[in-house]
Write a protein that binds this ligand. Structure first.
Ligand SMILES: Cc1cc2nc3c(=O)[nH]c(=O)nc-3n(C[C@H](O)[C@H](O)[C@H](O)COP(=O)(O)OP(=O)(O)OC[C@H]3O[C@@H](n4cnc5c(N)ncnc54)[C@H](O)[C@@H]3O)c2cc1C
Length: 386
């Protein structure tokens, strides 16, 4: 099929990043096509996320992007009308050992220097913030009350319908199989159904980003990293914040959970060592491992029955930071990939940044953010709060 030159920009992937990016591109008057191999928006890693949204990171780039994302999530219902189940319950990191106390207190200094609303709470205060928390050995912890959570699927749907309204086009059940590159720049792409021409192509293919990169001869260091989540039956509300315990234990680096407004407790664990690959079948090892840790932290959780578990993929980078920016070797090709465990919270902030790259309207602050997320960095650092 002959490529048709109907689009200014094509986004590969209608996930946590691609869908808001399409919305903001279309609203900026850029003729946008989104292509996803799955049947509807958010069906890749997006719908596997448990919905946590925080700006409390350890580096300026993610802090700035997520502060902007939080503004968008927080004001969504008022500004756009849809209920995305935003709830401002905060995030609370707990410390039982001097190691975690030190890490969290060091991070506080950075986080507060970026104006984040976060502070340390002693043992007594933390027992009020997390009712039923095991007091044995508890030192204290942080609370960032402006963080929260929302529904990844409802959000994907809201971004999608507003993007359609703004004029973006979406092709589902269509797989990108090649990029068309000529004269040092991108000219369009090929799919299993045909071809499309555009001067801008945005790789937002999540855990599959490196496969798409290969179409242009690029080696993008994004690797699928398997993570499991679960949801319990609903019980009366007792817990406000997302609780995060970063103590390592055999098989796990950390775990986190919160109670949804409808009463269910939703939780996740970070396996250690990481489980690489595209396998998204849930395992029998996850629940006993995470349940033991959660019940140790908040014993009353032992009364809850788990309703469902699932597994999904983090698009991991070697240093735990996203890869966002222009590809030097192929003009017009942009990367918005490698979101690791935070693509849902980064999505809207990254989407707006992509629009400013396309429109050549970067602010000095954007340039600084992009220097941290550059595809050409050395990938030697290590994210402290993954
Ligand atoms: C258990 C679990 C819990 C999580 N909890 C959170 C959380 O609380 N908060 C948070 O922020 N993040 C969380 N995450 C991480 C989050 O889900 C990801 O970081 C995020 O979804 C990645 O967004 P993305 O847009 O890069 O990828 P995706 O959402 O996966 O979107 C990429 C899309 O590209 C499409 N695609 C790929 N290749 C092609 C191709 N060749 N042609 C056409 N389409 C293609 C895919 O079908 C997919 O829809 C969690 C993840 C898991 C697994």
């Amino acid at each position: 099929m002959q490529p048709s030159k109907d689009y200014d920009a094509i986004v590969i992937g209608s996930g946590s990043v691609g869908t808001p990016t399409a919305l903001f591109l279309a609203e900026a008057g850029i003729r946008t096509l989104v292509i996803d191999r799955l049947a509807s928006p958010g069906q890749g890693s997006n719908k596997r996320a448990i919905g946590g949204l925080r700006a409390t990171h350890s580096d300026p780039a993610k802090i700035r992007l997520c502060l902007r994302s939080l503004d968008i999530f927080r004001s969504w219902k008022e500004r756009r009308g849809d209920d995305i189940e935003w709830h401002q319950g905060g995030y609370s990191y707990v410390a039982y050992r001097p190691e975690e106390e030190k890490t969290l207190k060091e991070l506080l200094v950075i986080q507060q220097s970026f104006g984040l609303n976060i502070r340390w709470h002693d043992r007594g205060e933390l027992q009020e913030i997390i009712p039923g928390i095991n007091p044995l050995g508890l030192i204290g912890g942080t609370l960032s009350p402006d963080d929260g959570h929302a529904s990844p699927l409802r959000t994907a749907e809201a971004f999608y319908f507003h993007a359609l309204k703004a004029g973006a086009e979406f092709h589902f059940n269509e797989r990108v199989v090649g990029l068309v590159v000529g004269g040092g720049r991108v000219r369009g792409l090929r799919t299993d159904r045909g071809g499309y021409a555009a001067d801008i192509v945005i790789n937002a293919a999540g855990a599959w980003a490196s496969e798409v990169g290969k179409f242009a001869g690029l080696d993008i260091p994004v690797t699928p990293d398997q993570h499991e989540g679960a949801v319990t039956e609903a019980v009366a509300p007792f817990l406000e914040p997302m609780v995060v315990d970063i103590r390592p234990a055999p098989g796990t680096a950390n775990y986190y959970f919160y109670q949804h407004a409808t009463g269910q407790v939703i939780f996740c664990i970070t396996p250690n060592p990481s489980l690489w690959g595209y396998d998204d079948r849930e395992t029998s090892g996850f629940l006993p491992m995470v349940a033991r840790r959660m019940v140790g932290l908040v014993p009353r959780l032992g009364n809850l029955r788990v309703r469902r578990t699932w597994r999904g993929l983090y698009p991991m980078t070697p240093d735990g930071f996203p890869i966002v920016g222009r590809v030097g070797e192929v003009e017009g090709l942009l990367l918005a990939v490698g979101m690791c465990g935070q693509g849902f919270m980064l999505g809207p902030g990254v989407g707006e940044l992509i629009v400013r790259i396309v429109q050549k309207e970067l602010t000095p602050q954007d340039e600084e953010v992009l220097s941290y997320l550059s595809p050409y960095r050395e990938f030697k650092g290590r994210e402290k709060l993954q």
